[in-house]
Design a protein around this ligand. Structure first.
Ligand SMILES: [Zn+2]
Length: 72
């Protein structure tokens, strides 16, 4: 993907604002076996262990747009 779409929202949207696909939560760090096995059921994407100061909170599983959570 060449262009990087960045969205910032307060709450996880029910559907992707771009394509209408499902939006899953991104979980960082080493996943537990339980988390890994229930990833589809719980709609979790694993973001890996590299955590920066500002990582996206959710990702569309269709178009892979990443959504950042707006801080209060
Ligand atoms: Zn999408």
């Amino acid at each position: 993907m060449d262009t990087q779409n960045i969205l910032t929202l307060k709450h996880r949207p029910e559907r992707c604002p771009i394509c209408g696909g499902e939006v899953w939560k991104i979980l960082y760090g080493e996943p537990t076996v339980e988390a890994y096995e229930s990833r589809i059921e719980n709609k979790i994407i694993f973001g890996g262990c590299c955590i920066t100061e500002h990582d996206p909170a959710w990702e569309c599983i269709e178009c892979h747009v990443q959504i950042y959570q707006e801080e209060d």
